[in-house]
Design a protein around this ligand. Structure first.
Ligand SMILES: [Zn+2]
Length: 300
């Protein structure tokens, strides 16, 4: 009986575990907090006014940090809501927008972006084709946010998706794939940690290594960002940032991955974890600086 109860608890626990997200909520909060620091005061005010119109109840409050998690919560709000085992329309329409699966062996942005479909005429970006990638979606939502003619409800959605997608773009395993669903099918273990997928480790484990408190981590990372870093990171555009994130995946996430054991698991060394923690800190910092850049430009 006890074993059965434990088994059930484990099942329930697994079912309630958050779905794979590029950066867990914690990572997205850190990105938004860094961005907030670099927003012009007038832009910060406009962002807050826009976000206060969110009555979806999908975030704990309407702060920028909480709203940066909205797109994952929106997607997962009907993940299992379809008939039978099917997904609901929110999930079906938006799940591919969170990543760009650039193949390690042959990165091809057009292919990874489903041929880069243009938005059909008079179609808001939030209603765009389900088969599209994060690079295109950021560009579309950026244009909507900058356009004063965009209706208010769509403007809010554009902002919510941008707050989240600039973060996602910087999770290296949301910009790279080795025919393994961005590392979701790669099993890893490390001393003192629960076994999981490589993707899961990059979403959460390495972010957790930075500390337990998002505001404190953000403050610490901001203190380490030099003027030279900012100037360098503000160069280029969305595609460049995607390729840079891909390069981090290539060099670190996959590049330093030890070979699998006979059970097919990769045991991560302390060296791997140290490299990954550093790469995650840099990627979160870059994402924060660039999110600020995107918002400062769109809401000037
Ligand atoms: Zn996401």
């Amino acid at each position: 009986m006890r074993v059965l109860t434990l088994g059930l608890l484990l099942l329930v626990g697994l079912a309630a575990a958050p779905a794979a997200r590029a950066w867990d909520d914690e990572g997205h909060r850190i990105v938004a907090l860094i961005a907030e620091h670099y927003l012009r005061p007038s832009v910060r005010e406009r962002v807050q006014v826009l976000l206060e119109a969110d009555h979806s109840g999908l975030t704990s409050d309407t702060s920028m940090a909480s709203e940066a998690t909205w797109a994952d919560h929106y997607r997962d709000s009907d993940r299992d809501a379809g008939p039978g085992a099917a997904h609901g329309p929110r999930y079906e329409q938006t799940w591919r927008w969170h990543f760009v699966d650039l193949e390690l062996s042959r990165p091809d942005l057009t292919q990874a972006c489903y041929g880069r479909p243009a938005l059909p005429p008079a179609t808001p970006a939030s209603q765009g084709p389900a088969r599209d990638c994060i690079v295109d979606k950021i560009e579309q939502f950026q244009a909507e946010l900058a356009n004063p003619a965009t209706p208010a409800p769509e403007r809010l959605l554009a902002l919510q998706f941008l707050l989240h997608f600039i973060g996602d773009l910087h999770q290296p395993l949301h910009a790279a794939d080795d025919h393994d669903a961005g590392g979701n099918r790669v099993r890893v273990v490390a001393a003192g940690r629960r076994p999981g997928s490589l993707h899961r480790y990059w979403d959460g484990e390495f972010v957790d290594d930075l500390g337990p408190d998002a505001p404190r981590i953000a403050t610490r990372l901001i203190a380490q960002i030099s003027d030279g870093d900012r100037a360098a990171w503000m160069r280029g555009g969305i595609e460049d940032w995607a390729m840079e994130s891909f390069a981090v995946a290539q060099a670190v996430a996959y590049g330093t991955l030890p070979p699998p054991s006979s059970h097919g698991e990769h045991r991560l060394s302390d060296d791997y974890i140290q490299l990954a923690d550093g790469a995650v800190a840099t990627q979160l910092s870059r994402a924060g600086v660039r999110l600020a850049l995107v918002l400062n430009r769109a809401l000037r």
